[in-house]
Design a protein around this ligand. Sequence first.
Ligand code: PBG
Ligand code: ZN
Length: 326
Amino acid sequence: MEFPLVRKRRLRRTETIRRMVRETKLSVDDLVAPLFIVPGSNIKKPISSMPEQYHLSADTVSRECAELFDLGIPAVILFGIPESKDETGSQAIKSDGVIQNAIREIKKSSPGLTVITDICLCEYTSHGHCGVLKEKDVDNDATLELLAKMAISHAEAGADIVAPSDMMDGRVGAIREALDANNLENIAIMSYAAKYASAYYGPFREAADSTPQFGDRRTYQMDPPNAREALHEIQLDESEGADIVMVKPALAYLDIIRQIRDNTLLPVAAYNVSGEYSMIMHAAEKGLIDGDRVMIETLTSIKRAGAEIILSYFARRISEMLGNKG
Ligand code: PBG
Ligand code: ZN
């Protein structure tokens, strides 16, 4: 059958018909809100590289979380900026560290909200790399031990899911084993399985104060031109016990999201990263684009590519929009 019998425009004629045949629908259920935690109290300080995002102390973040939960957002992911940094990132595993304290506060006020924590040392090390150094290189195996301790410490404070973002080899297995050995077998691992060495993390590094002091992350994060290698990373993380696998960034890697969706039985997450967020926010501020429409179009594309979980700084804004419509 073809034109004039077939007219595709019939099903585009009205908004209600379009709604009936819409293939992909964003929902608050899809969203995870990233939050940045700093020491202290009563702090809500704008992050200059990321409009409408804030550095929050444990008390203000727990209020923010209660609001996000009310809006229907199921989960948050926490990043910590510690009091002080050192060579080995020792603040990351302190039981009264910035993240550990925040988790306890959030769980007091919003026990039903899923708390995910980022597991990586770059916010905690003085050199800004994601692990401990040997000479001028990140020592893979020595880092595993610290990541496992960090995961235990977060889980003991009440985290529901830990999310290693360091890209060391073997870290999912090391974390799984350590959690299980500490009666934390019900804590899930969301692995940043295919994390690329991307320039889209720029605004985040200012927000988290985690820019490497020398070199870059290309010896541990993936090379952007590679796709088949992402499938291998997924396979390895799956076999080490990952419960959810993530692709990061999202937009320049929609093809990777699709390939991974078609090659694993696990839930697939995608991280709509800081650069993707700030580009839209700044273009919208300048009046170049309709920010809200571009936001919805962008996140819908990530879902259409195959992600069922989307980590995004737009989480709050979208939930407010979806809530108003529903
Ligand atoms: C830490 C980490 C980064 C992001 C999440 N976890 C930065 C990096 O790897 O340099 C980026 C998030 C974003 O850009 O929104 N390893
Ligand atoms: Zn890192």
